[in-house]
Design a protein around this ligand. Structure first.
Ligand code: SAM
Length: 235
């Protein structure tokens, strides 16, 4: 089973032109993910090859689309660590904060970081809209996958980003309408949609999209609002 994960990983990393030196660390992470998933809801993806493709390689694609080297990065709503943890494993110069509102997922992330010796990764149990109070404009880059629709997600993520930094949202290739609706919210929050990059995930037919949003100005102080307000009345 883990052979399937390893083969898919090696093939995909080679296709992305990324080094394969970290494959053993990713395999250990994959093993812990699937083991723990039997007693805790971490992922609906349980086939080892699909874990390699739809979690690890999907996350790794960001390294081919944006420069994350030596950057402070927060992964908002990271769940079982995606995309942040594979990014940090593959690019050790990233200063990573993993944020999730579900304590048991954060404890899982702490155990993975412990097993892999990633002592400098901050695993934070908290809600984005609350953590932002003390970590406003503190990161070069915010990343997020599968957490909320873009107008809501922009309010959760852009306050974390320093002016001049980036918010990178991982979305499906069918996100044109979502992006159009979000443009005014992004601008209101001090950002600007820079562009989109669609990418294939090696070894399968799936294509995903990265939306690149640049932070141009500070986010007005009243954002983010409490989550109930963000949800009820998205920008
Ligand atoms: N990003 C991961 C991925 O792509 O596999 C997890 C996606 S999962 C569908 C959404 C995660 O976002 C959950 O783990 C949930 O606890 C977290 N989440 C939702 N709203 C949040 C918030 N306001 N602040 C922090 N985490 C949040």
């Amino acid at each position: 089973m883990m052979d399937e994960m390893e083969a898919a990983l090696r093939r995909g990393l080679a296709e992305f032109d990324l080094p394969e030196a970290q494959v053993p660390a990713l395999l250990r992470y994959g093993e812990l993910l699937l083991e723990t998933n039997q007693v805790m809801n971490l992922t609906a993806i349980t086939d080892p090859g699909d874990v390699a493709r739809l979690h690890f390689l999907d996350s790794a694609a960001l390294l081919t689309l944006a420069d994350l080297r030596d950057r402070s990065v927060i992964d908002v709503g990271t769940g079982a660590g995606f995309p942040g943890l594979p990014l940090r494993i593959l690019e050790p110069s990233i200063r990573l904060t993993l944020l999730d509102s579900l304590g048991k997922r954060v404890r899982f992330l702490e155990s993975v970081c412990g097993a892999l010796g990633l002592t400098d990764v901050a695993c934070v149990h908290g809600r984005a809209e609350e953590f932002a109070a003390d970590h406003r404009e503190a990161f070069d880059i915010a990343v997020s996958r599968a957490v909320a629709a873009l107008p809501i997600l922009a309010e959760l993520c852009l306050p974390f980003v320093k002016p001049g930094g980036w918010f990178l949202a991982m979305k499906s290739v069918d996100s044109d309408a979502e992006l159009d609706v979000a443009r005014s919210a992004v601008e209101h929050l001090g950002g600007q949609v820079y562009g989109t990059r669609d990418y294939p995930i090696p070894g399968c037919e799936v294509r995903h999209r990265l939306i690149l949003i640049q932070k141009c100005r500070p986010t007005p102080k009243k954002y983010p609002r409490a989550f109930a307000k963000i949800k009820k009345d998205p920008l």
